[in-house]
Structure formats: structure tokens, C-alpha cells
Design a protein around this ligand. Structure first.
Ligand SMILES: [Zn+2]
Length: 205
């Protein structure tokens, strides 16, 4: 097995084992030369093996035993950015719960509570509900990902991109953890202020 295939499978299995996805939800892709390596449709990420992987071409055609994730359009569009090597899309519980609230600010779905979240994510934009797998969703995600590394999808989940599996996973983990804090604190938390966040960005830029 090629090293990247092994890294890909480990990431898929890890996401399922840690509860970031359930059932056949969630999907992952890696840039693989001119193509993408992407998870198959309708499969549990924890059960995927090497023979199940799909190679997706830029024109939407694919090679593999099954079909690519129905959310392949959304993945493909994220790779318009040259620095994106990995796309992770999950339906993790706290982030999905947050995405189901009637949130007043679509530019910042939740307050920023910790330095880790401030550095990795910051103001998380929220897109309105759109049919999973639709062209419309792929278009809107692409327009957001053009300028940042993550987005919350209403009544659906998280999408995060990165230059490596670790970087994309870090973003997913920070979003899920901050969403968990959002519900634990139940409005009683003190978010980091603008000056505190500015100091972090100067220190870690
Ligand atoms: Zn989804």
C-alpha cells in the first residue's frame, strides 16, 4: 500500500472511531497528483479499505469499484486553491447542533473562547442550508474557502481544508471543541476580546 493511501485510511478510521461521523456520513479527500483520492458514497468511514477508494478526475469522472461521495463537487472545488492538499467534511455532534440554531451572525457562528480556536479558526462563517451534494452548495463553499480554511454548513456539518492531514484535522478538532464549549458555557462564557485576539495573531503569524 502506498504511504498516502495508508495515511488516508488512518484518517478516515480515526474520524469514525472518535465520533466525528456516524453512519455513512462524512467524507475525506486528498490531492493525488492531477486527481483526488476520495471516500466512496454510502460507506461508513470506519469500514473503508484500500480497494474502496475512488480516484476522482478534475472533470468529475472517476475510477474505482463504487461511486465517489455524493459531496464530491464540494471537495473538487476546494482544490482550486493550490495550497489545499486535504479536505475533511464531518457531521460532528456539537458543530451540527450549533449549525441547527437560528444564529444571528452568518460571519461568525460562535464566540471565540480559546487561543487555539482563535489561531486555527477565528470567525467561523455559516452558510445557509443547501441540499448536500448540490452544485449550489459546492459554489457557496468554494467562495468561502477561497479566503479561509473552514466553514459551518447549516443543519449539516463542518468543512475544513489544509495543506496536510494534520492541519485540516486540527481545524476540525478546534471547531468541534469550541462548539462543545459554546453549549457547556450556555451564554455565560467570556469570549476573547479583539485586543487579545490581535495579540495572538501577532505572536503566531
Ligand atoms: Zn455532509
Amino acid at each position: 500500500m502506498e504511504e498516502w493511501t495508508s495515511v488516508f485510511l488512518d484518517l478516515c478510521h480515526d474520524l469514525q472511531r472518535r465520533g466525528f461521523v456516524s453512519g455513512s456520513g462524512g467524507n475525506v479527500s486528498f490531492r493525488f497528483g492531477d486527481r483526488l483520492l476520495i471516500t466512496p458514497s454510502g460507506r461508513n468511514l470506519g469500514a473503508i479499505r484500500e480497494r474502496d477508494l475512488i480516484f476522482l478526475n478534475r472533470d468529475g469522472s472517476w475510477e474505482g469499484e463504487g461511486r465517489p461521495s455524493k459531496e464530491w463537487r464540494m471537495h473538487l472545488r476546494c482544490y482550486c486553491r493550490d495550497d489545499v492538499s486535504v479536505v475533511i467534511h464531518v457531521h460532528s455532534s456539537y458543530a451540527v447542533a450549533l449549525s441547527c440554531l437560528d444564529l444571528p451572525d452568518s460571519d461568525c457562528a460562535m464566540a471565540v473562547y480559546t487561543p487555539g480556536y482563535a489561531i486555527q479558526v477565528g470567525n467561523l462563517p455559516l452558510l445557509p442550508y443547501m441540499v448536500p451534494g448540490s452544485e449550489e452548495l459546492a459554489d457557496r463553499v468554494a467562495s468561502v474557502i477561497d479566503g479561509r480554511n473552514s466553514v459551518l454548513l447549516a443543519n449539516h456539518g463542518i468543512l475544513a481544508v489544509g495543506s496536510s492531514p494534520e492541519r485540516a484535522l486540527n481545524v476540525v478538532e478546534e471547531i468541534e471543541e469550541n462548539a462543545r464549549l459554546h453549549f457547556i458555557l450556555d451564554g455565560r462564557g467570556r469570549p476573547l476580546g479583539e485586543e487579545e485576539r490581535k495579540a495572538l495573531s501577532l505572536l503566531y503569524r
